[in-house]
Design a protein around this ligand. Sequence first.
Ligand code: AHR
Length: 493
Amino acid sequence: MTYDVSRRMLLRGGLGVAATGLVAGFPAGAAAAPGAAPTAPAPTDADVSGVPTLDPLVTQRADPFVTHPVDGTYYFTGSVPEYDRLVVRGAPTIAGLATATETVVWRRPASGRLGGHIWAPELHRIGGRWYIYFAAGDSDDVFRIRMYVLESALADPRDPAGWQLRGQIRTEWDSFALDATTFAHRGHRYLVWAQSEPEIAVNSSLYIAQLANPWTLATKPVRIATPTRSWEVQGFAVNEGAAVLVRNGRVFLTFSASATDSRYCMGLLTADADADLLDHRSWVKRPEPVFVSNEQTRRWGPGHNSFTVAEDGVTDVLVYHARDYRDITGDPLYDPNRHARVQKLYWDADGTPLFGIPVGAGGPIVRLSPADASRYTFVRHVGSTVVVDTDSRALADTQFRIGAGLAGADTVSVQSVDQPGWYLRVVDGAVRLDPARDDAGFAGQASFHRVPRANGRVSLRLAGVSSAFLRHEDGRLTVGPAVPAHQSTFRLT
Ligand code: AHR
């Protein structure tokens, strides 16, 4: 049964109401139904995915790298705007990295080799030792960029005393080489990096090889990706900044493309986990980019990502940099404001990663999945229309922020992530997504009581109306009684 919350009924106060004009047309002073379920404030990051939504996480740290927790500590490193040193910070939580003390663990020499630009460090724990993979130019040519490895036997990678230069990673070509990352898979340790190959007329392609030790190739480089598509050759023809995630029987390899301005974006290569990773035919490049600038959330040039996991040890976290403005004066490499950011990485029903959009600032993000449907069924907006479906490729239009209610008091409001400033609201019995208006009517229509349910689920009751709960009905979002409960209860994922 759909509860027809028509304006006429609202005006006659026919619904038995709570008060204080929370919803236009309701008499002040009416109380919620006796025994109404207790309500709760807006959820916190911990209530939802455990992925911090502090954005940015760390300012002016490009190419950000966050380790998985090692003995309970996350370690962070990244490029500094001066490109002159390597820094490490650590904290027991990802959010804690924002304010953690940062230690300089290595500085470039005043002249000679490695005296040029210092780029894109990564921290890896291999065989009980720490390694930093980074790229360095020379003092007489800061762009004579080659790959190098530092090693430390100390337990804490923040201790500068432990770091020793193990040397340059040499490949087939003495050419521009950078952005090395390493991963272990099926008993082998691999290196993936970006390099300018003499016969390939692009700025950099991606290569893979097995390692004999953390700084020595054991096999010949195999080119697995070259920039050819328009989104890869804007400004510079670049495939760089590889990061690897093995999930769901596949090896997912993200990379970044184009110049480091607002055209910088991320692509995805996928290989079967059982494939020969040294066979270039094993790697399939997604034709379109997976993560690009977003005008609405005001995040430009997202890329050079890494992956970590949230404190639950399960939720995958995308770590990346982006600016919060589009236009840059001068060379983007010398614009310092590629800030480090993190957001939840989602997966669709077939085990493919969903990157969505750079979500920007604004607090905890949820997807509302009705308890009476599959866990891949979500509330989704198409412009102002609100539907409930399983469009498996959709992500951004299913993401919402449940924050402090526009009607104040103990209410929450549900704001779109990809349409900031647009809110779910109840109008003449229908649920829509509309841009906020600064009036009590809109506030009342767009404010709800968050009613906690079992297993972290939630119901949302229209503020001031004792039995107008958001409900899933046949692919629509309606309002009506809380029963049957599974239609008015939502997983927050
Ligand atoms: O941030 C410095 C360099 O810029 C990184 O190594 C590379 O990924 C990007 O092009």
